[in-house]
Design a protein around this ligand. Structure first.
Ligand code: SF4
Length: 433
């Protein structure tokens, strides 16, 4: 007789103005599940899985060579608090009917674990909880992830039975009564087909940028044991994964501890995978040895956090990088063999200290003088951060929908100005080097 508890893992749909599969994978949920895999039976329903058969006859959603692509979406009415934002509001991900059909045709699990990410995506979490309560009324629902950590009170009102990490969370869901070790691998094998995945080999960041949640939730910095990182990589390769995104917040910090040894392993074993860095790399740590290792190991895209060339802005927000350091890093990457078109500078758009950010000058510096691509990272005011507190004068932070990275810059600067800056970005990016 099988007396293991059964758990369904759900990665919900996204409700937002825009969403793109920029290597978006529920790594946190699969990692937590991996820790209790020996004692539990798992199933997975991922609304954001573009390998689902729903997409098989829809070539417009095909992945690019690096594993990114568009999600299926439908335009839906805007929530009242976002009515004035002049953009379409959408639901991204597999249609609700596919999930309902799954719930109707499968035996209810004991628990459902729902992954959350952005606070302002909670309508997707709500949709999943509502359907679960309707079709699997006796199943216990557990919400986990960044939204539940940033807005715990709001999360408690969505109707889940537990918030992951609560003292009342059943021990079977945290591994504390199962004897499960922390060395279990994330459960990527729950996907029927997988070609793109994510890894994280460090935890935390030594900086304390005023707009970032990492310093709030992660005390200090630590690295994963090398063998564990190698095991995870080997597991992904055995499943057929071709593109791997690193989700680390400070991947390049203390790179002698795990990153460099892992890169040497990849090179020596001729592992043929493309690596990507959607979470900004701190360019300050790129030296010629590291640049050369990254390129030889198969890093195909370099997303570097820049934000602004204004010294005053950098000093006020955490001093993570200055323009001369940024320029040196770009030069070092190119000298090591990186294609300049594979290097992208992230710049915050709609930061509340906009007046000292000199965004247009900063864009001209990165895109014009240095010649790298620019990606505008729209600012989201996050409760608990220094900058989030500063935004209380513009919005009601207790409503997570107003943390929207599309909405806040428009509320702060107006649609016209935002469109003008985005146009400038598009023009700078048009010039291929
Ligand atoms: S360097 Fe990056 S991860 Fe670290 S605190 Fe700053 S923004 Fe956050």
């Amino acid at each position: 007789m099988n007396d293991k508890p059964s758990i369904l893992l759900v990665n919900p749909p996204i409700y937002d103005f825009a969403a793109f599969d920029f290597w978006l994978k529920p790594l946190g949920m699969l990692t937590a599940a991996g820790k209790i895999a020996n004692a539990t039976d798992f199933q997975l329903f991922d609304f954001l899985d573009r390998n689902h058969q729903f997409y098989s006859d829809k070539p417009q959603f095909k992945s690019d060579p690096w594993g990114r692509g568009r999600f299926f979406s439908t335009v839906i009415p805007k929530p009242d608090v976002l009515k004035k934002i002049p953009r379409y509001y959408r639901r991204f991900g597999l249609p609700a009917e596919i999930f309902i059909d799954f719930l109707k045709t499968n035996k209810p699990c004991d628990f459902v674990f729902v992954q959350t990410v952005m606070t302002y995506w909670y309508l997707g979490y709500q949709e999943v909880i509502n359907e679960l309560k309707k079709y699997w009324p006796r199943t216990k629902i557990v919400l986990g992830g960044p939204y539940t950590m940033i807005c715990p009170e709001h999360a408690r009102n969505l109707g889940a039975d537990f918030i992951y990490g609560d003292e009342q969370t059943p021990a079977t869901l945290t591994g504390s009564s199962t004897g499960a070790g922390a060395k279990q691998l994330p459960l990527w094998n729950l996907y029927k087909k997988i070609d793109t995945a994510a890894m994280k080999i460090t935890q935390g960041c030594p900086f304390k940028c005023t707009y970032c949640t990492v310093p709030i939730f992660c005390d200090g910095f630590s690295t994963k044991p090398l063998q564990q990182a190698i095991d995870e990589l080997r597991f992904l390769i055995s499943l057929g994964v071709k593109n791997i995104a690193f989700y680390d917040d400070a991947l390049l910090y203390k790179s002698d501890e795990v990153l460099k040894p892992l890169l040497h392993y990849v090179i020596e074993n001729k592992i043929d995978v493309s690596f990507h860095t959607p979470n900004a790399l701190n360019a300050r740590f790129i030296d010629s040895e590291l640049a050369s290792l990254l390129i030889k190991a198969g890093f195909k895209s370099f997303y570097l956090g820049f934000e602004s060339r204004s010294q005053e802005f950098q000093k006020q927000t955490g001093s993570k990088i200055y323009d001369d350091e940024f320029a040196n890093a770009v030069k070092t990457l190119i000298t090591a063999g990186a294609d300049i078109n594979s290097i992208t500078a992230y710049l915050i758009l709609g930061h509340p200290h906009y007046e000292i950010q000199e965004i247009e000058e900063s864009m001209k510096f990165a895109g014009g003088s240095l010649g790298v691509k620019i990606m505008l990272a729209e600012f989201s005011p996050i409760p608990g951060t220094v900058d989030g507190k500063f935004c209380e004068k513009y919005i009601d932070l207790s409503e997570p929908l107003l943390h929207s990275k599309t909405a806040f810059p428009i509320i702060l600067l107006g649609s016209e100005k935002i469109n003008r800056i985005k146009d400038m970005c598009r023009k700078l990016n048009q010039f291929e080097n």
